[in-house]
Design a protein. Structure first.
Lengths: 269, 313
């Protein structure tokens, strides 16, 4: 009896977790009138692709998605490479100022993002990078304290013997990093890449500030503008929201094992 | 790691010292070379802006012409501005709606999942699904779900004969609705971290306590809760820092309305800084948010340190 109650409670939680996704997807396939007249849980029938076609043709949905892909892709590539390099220095090498610097990195995790935005905007304006991909990408492309911390912790779990063996064979620092540590670190690098991509894909505030033209408009800006314009044309804005969420769902399902494990690990030091 | 000197032949003492020094210098140079890109980004895009914003908060500047130094005028102005106080209270209200609900729900889910069961792994994945969603898209979806006429919530309430409110245009309900997005999004994430903490508690403790004739409730308060403290501390601190920075859902769902009921600090700063171009004033407001977060984080540190964790290892 107690067990049944437990399962029911967990099941209810699971339904609540997926319901908004399912209802959105379901309604995006309904005809405009049906979105308003039928309950959200009633299956779409007949199925129509018109809403997707309409947001695709009347708005630059393809452009929004492409710009987000460039933005998130570039930031992810930068973060994985530069965080790994820094994590190796912090986790495996000794040099003067290491601990002070590492604590400095960690301390900035408490700084709210908005604090840096006015000066960042001024820096980008100074370099003529407003409304450019570089302006979007630069602030987060060199690695974040969080990413460096994540990879450093992982590097520290790899036995040093492996490294010493390679060193005795005459391998330099870069060789050790690329040939010995990286092949062993695939899970954490996949995790960092996934989390960075998702976070960047979802970012609204920085693109809102540093871009204003069509050429670099990312999907968060695109769909929030759509919502402002067509607040109650739910068939359109739900289709747009579904398109914005779709890449995330694909990535999540591909990497869910890594994500679940890494979230669980962040709490255990 | 420092000793990457060939061992093949013996070298005289002073030569060996020289080589050691050369190797050491090389290691340090290599370390800084590896660190260089991230350090450059860190200094230019994080540290410099932090000092920059502190300096800017002492100026009056509309981003054109020359900034003029005004001392603490921006701080005087914001202290006297009822809209700022409202934004501070709104932000705190949001955090208070958010954090306890999310943490308690997550703890209950974690306790329920902390046993061998069929489908436990799959359930974990399902509970984390909301975590990755784009807040902007969620804002759109929630606006629809809470639409007074066409939304699911009022339709369901209507079935049981309740006439639901106008949620997002009702000053009393707008903030709770916005907070519910965040609770939905982060409960599963918080649950996973707490679950990992629960799983790190040794079983033998529970067995010993059970032999001593304790009730499950006693065991929860004497074993589970004290040993879960580090994980709880972690989720409370990080989730609170995140919650203070609520922006996206407010931007999409209410733009601070109705009548300023959801005008939170981050949104207020954005409006002052990037819509009204009062960058000095916005910088001063950003400093206030920063101070608020530091204060709350420090309080959490003190509270959790006072109640020290008993070390079983």
């Amino acid at each position: 009896m107690k067990r049944v109650a437990l399962y029911l409670a967990l099941l209810a939680g699971a339904v609540v977790s997926v319901a908004p996704y399912l209802m959105t997807l379901n309604s995006a396939f309904k005809e405009p009138a049906q979105v308003l007249t039928t309950p959200a849980w009633e299956p779409a029938f007949p199925l129509t692709f018109d809403n997707f076609a309409q947001v695709w043709s009347e708005y630059d949905m393809a452009g929004f998605l492409l710009h987000s892909l460039v933005y998130a892709g570039a930031v992810t590539a930068g973060q994985v490479v530069f965080s790994t390099m820094a994590a190796y220095a912090f986790g495996r090498m000794s040099f003067p100022g290491r601990d002070a610097l590492f604590w400095g990195y960690l301390a900035t995790m408490m700084v709210p993002q908005i604090v840096t935005l006015v000066p960042l905007f001024l820096i980008m304006r100074e370099f003529g990078l407003i409304d450019t991909y570089l302006g979007l990408i630069l602030p987060t492309a060199f690695g974040t304290p969080y990413g460096i911390f994540l990879v450093r912790q992982y590097f520290r779990t790899i036995p040093r013997d492996l490294e010493s063996a390679a060193r005795i064979d005459g391998a330099g620092t870069l060789t050790v990093l690329v040939r010995v540590l990286l092949p062993l670190s695939r899970p954490i690098l996949a995790t960092l890449a996934t989390i960075t991509f998702i976070t960047t894909w979802n970012t609204l505030l920085w693109p809102l500030i540093v871009t204003n033209g069509d050429a670099t408009r990312v999907v968060t800006l695109g769909i929030s503008a759509l919502k402002g314009q067509y607040s109650s044309q739910y068939h359109l804005i739900l289709a747009a929201a579904a398109l914005a969420l779709l890449p995330l769902i694909v990535i999540f399902l591909l990497f869910q094992r890594h994500i679940v494990r890494s979230i669980a690990l962040t709490g255990l030091k | 790691m420092i000793d990457n000197i060939p061992y093949d032949r013996p070298v005289p003492g002073h030569r060996r010292a020289e080589r050691r020094l050369a190797a050491r210098v090389r290691t340090v140079a290599e370390a800084y070379a590896l660190l260089a890109p991230s350090l450059a980004g860190f200094l230019l895009f994080l540290v410099a802006p932090i000092f920059g914003v502190a300096a800017l908060s002492l100026f009056d500047w509309n981003l054109m012409g020359a900034p003029s130094f005004v001392g603490l005028d921006n701080y005087r102005e914001l202290a006297a501005d009822p809209e700022v106080w409202r934004a501070v209270l709104n932000t705190i209200y949001y955090v208070v709606l958010n954090i306890p609900a999310q943490t308690v729900l997550a703890l209950l889910l974690a306790l329920a999942l902390n046993r061998r069961m069929r489908g436990g792994k799959a359930l974990r994945v399902v509970f984390v699904l909301p975590w990755m969603a784009m807040p902007v898209a969620l804002g759109i979806i929630w606006s629809w779900v809470f639409d007074p006429r066409y939304g699911v919530v009022n339709q369901v309430l209507g079935m049981v004969g309740i006439d639901g409110p106008n949620w997002l245009t009702d000053p009393a309900w707008a903030m709770p609705v916005i907070a519910s997005v965040n609770v939905w999004q982060y409960t599963g994430y918080t649950m996973l971290i707490l679950l990992a903490g629960l799983q790190a508690i040794p079983h033998t403790l529970y067995e010993a306590a059970a032999i001593d004739g304790t009730t499950p409730v006693q065991r929860f308060f004497t074993i589970t809760l004290p040993l879960l403290r580090p994980s709880l501390f972690f989720v409370l601190v990080t989730n609170t820092i995140g919650s203070f920075q609520i922006f996206d859902t407010v931007f999409v769902m209410t733009q601070g309305g109705p009548g300023g009921a959801t005008d939170v600090l981050n949104f207020h700063i954005y409006q002052q800084g990037f819509q009204l171009f009062r960058s000095g004033y916005a910088s001063a407001l950003a400093m206030v948010l920063f101070a608020l977060i530091l204060l709350v984080t420090a309080a959490q540190f003190l509270y959790f340190r006072k109640r020290t964790v008993y070390d079983f290892s």
